[in-house]
Design a protein around this ligand. Structure first.
Ligand code: AHR
Length: 513
């Protein structure tokens, strides 16, 4: 009798433990010929708030190291995470930007009012040459969005000639006069931005025709074959994709997709960047994970017209968009960045990596001081956000061989609703090292992930983790390292499998060699 009681107590304890420890399995395969394009790790910088002015481009008098007026602390931070491209000048701003206003002697440049973003005066001191100098310093490719909404075919055509022609013309003389005899050879070229909205409120059929007109005169000069990117759908506007694919087809290098994570799902009251409860965290994750569905559905439409996947899906605006920080200009879109936002970044990057057959570029909105930034600045001070650290952890996937993963994950449940707790992606770099990035969205439970890597050679595992005590934790100018990368010792080679103890609300990148 006593033995029975003892046994049932032991069994109860075992059962309680078993139900407490959540488990997942992952099968990583080498069976793929795909590459994770480095351009999935791209960035976006618009003339908006303190993104350009005060972010990249500062007053001569500011006591930071600069080249011309470009701040080098920001440049060096971006170099470290190897950002592959920078999209500019917008955004909505692109369709009211007239490039000729931003060249020549700065004191003679006309001033304009930025009607999209706070009606502030832009003195055009940061223009084409300054942007291309910035890209050169960072070591990234420029991606320029041309003006279709309020510009002309001639204006866009001449901009490309000014940038890329290596020959004699009025445009090239002007470029030489402005200090750059060599052509810049810019290749990523956006034909408008959000043409369904701030870029001209067009219908997809009208836009497709406009695209063809503008694209015809967007010339390929020697050594600078353009990768033309059409203004694509707003989130789940599948009809836009259908019409563009039908009418433009492979006449474009890429079709853009814009989708922002709105924590509450309500554009009128998006939710705070720093103060949210678990209910709002959960809805943020539901909204963020929608990216997967959007990519699947837009890709399926693209597959109909382009089964060989020659046209890229370019997610050239993505990230979390919250209410602005209290007391800041509502038109400047300045928001803090928390551990939650790092989980969003990692989850989206996993989604993009896993769709690298179609997603060849993605640009986070927006690099400095705007929306889900990598960097925040305050005069001469600068801090790296939790999102920056994700791009640091994930840079190992750039241009690596894609390794497909079959994942079996428990759910993270809240109030009767569920999302997959774990998401993952993997790749193998040119030296043979395998990198596996895992996210645990469950804020309460660690998850034991048992991973098979049959057919892949490895012995040792090391790793790094990003987590913090609270989902709302942020880096501030007073405490810039509150959320930071640490070494991770929770993964081991158990002989046949890689076994990972993945902490709650964390992102881990492992290196196997
Ligand atoms: O990133 C902020 C804005 O969001 C961009 O200017 C626009 O393209 C989008 O609506």
């Amino acid at each position: 009798m006593r033995t029975n009681v003892f046994l049932s107590v032991v069994l109860t304890i075992l059962c309680l433990n078993a139900s407490a420890q959540k488990t997942a399995t992952a099968d990583v395969s080498s069976d793929s010929k795909l590459t994770v394009s480095r351009f999935i790790y791209g960035q976006f910088a618009e003339h908006l708030g303190h993104g350009i002015y005060g972010g990249f481009w500062v007053d001569q008098s500011l006591p930071v190291e600069k080249q011309d007026r470009i701040r080098l602390d920001v440049v060096n931070a971006l170099k470290k995470i190897k950002i592959p491209d920078l999209r500019w000048p917008g955004g909505c701003f692109a369709d009211e930007y007239h490039w000729r206003d931003g060249i020549g002697p700065r004191e003679q440049r006309p001033k304009m009012v930025n009607t999209n973003w706070g009606n502030v005066t832009d003195d055009n001191s940061f223009g084409t040459h300054e942007f291309l100098e910035l890209c050169k310093l960072i070591g990234c490719e420029p991606y320029i969005a041309g003006n279709v909404g309020s510009g002309t075919v001639e204006e866009m055509s001449k901009w490309i000639e000014y940038l890329n022609l290596d020959g004699e013309s009025t445009m090239t003389q002007l470029r030489k006069q402005n200090g750059h005899p060599e052509p810049y050879k810019v290749t990523f070229w956006g034909v408008g931005n959000e043409s369904w909205g701030c870029g001209g409120n067009m219908t997809p059929g009208f836009y497709a025709d406009q695209y063809k007109r503008y694209a015809t005169y967007a010339r390929n000069y020697p050594g600078a074959r353009l990768k033309k990117i059409a203004s694509g759908p707003n989130a789940d506007d599948y009809n836009w994709t259908e019409v563009c694919m039908k009418n433009i087809g492979t006449g474009m290098w890429g079709l853009s997709l814009h989708y922002y994570t709105i924590p509450t799902g309500n554009w009128e009251k998006k939710g705070s960047a720093t103060s949210f409860d678990e209910r709002e965290y959960f809805s943020t994750m539901v909204n963020s994970l929608k990216m997967e569905e959007l990519i699947n559905k837009h890709s399926a439409i693209m597959d109909k017209y382009d089964p060989e996947k020659r046209v890229a899906l370019v997610v050239d605006e993505w990230g979390v968009w919250t209410d602005v920080e209290p007391g800041t200009n509502p038109g400047f879109l300045y928001q803090q960045n928390s551990l939650r936002d790092a989980l969003i970044a990692a989850t989206n990057l996993n989604i993009f990596n896993n769709h690298c057959d179609r997603v060849k570029m993605a640009n986070l909105a927006q690099t400095v001081n705007v929306l889900q930034s990598l960097i925040l600045t305050d005069k001469d001070k600068m801090l790296l956000t939790p999102t920056y650290h994700i791009f640091d952890l994930y840079k190992v996937h750039q241009d690596a061989k894609y390794l497909p993963v079959k994942l079996n994950t428990p759910d993270y449940e809240f109030d009767g609703k569920k999302v997959p707790a774990v998401n993952i992606s993997a790749s193998q770099d040119s030296s043979g090292k395998i990198h596996v990035s895992l996210v645990n969205l469950d804020p309460h439970n660690s998850i034991a992930v048992s991973t098979n890597l049959d057919g892949l050679k490895w012995n040792k595992v090391s790793g790094q983790i990003l987590t913090s005590a609270n989902l709302t934790d942020v880096n501030t100018f007073q405490q810039p390292d509150k959320v930071r990368i640490a070494n991770f010792n929770g993964a081991k080679n158990d002989g046949r499998k890689l076994v990972i103890d993945l902490p709650a609300k964390s992102v881990v990148t492992l290196e196997l060699n």
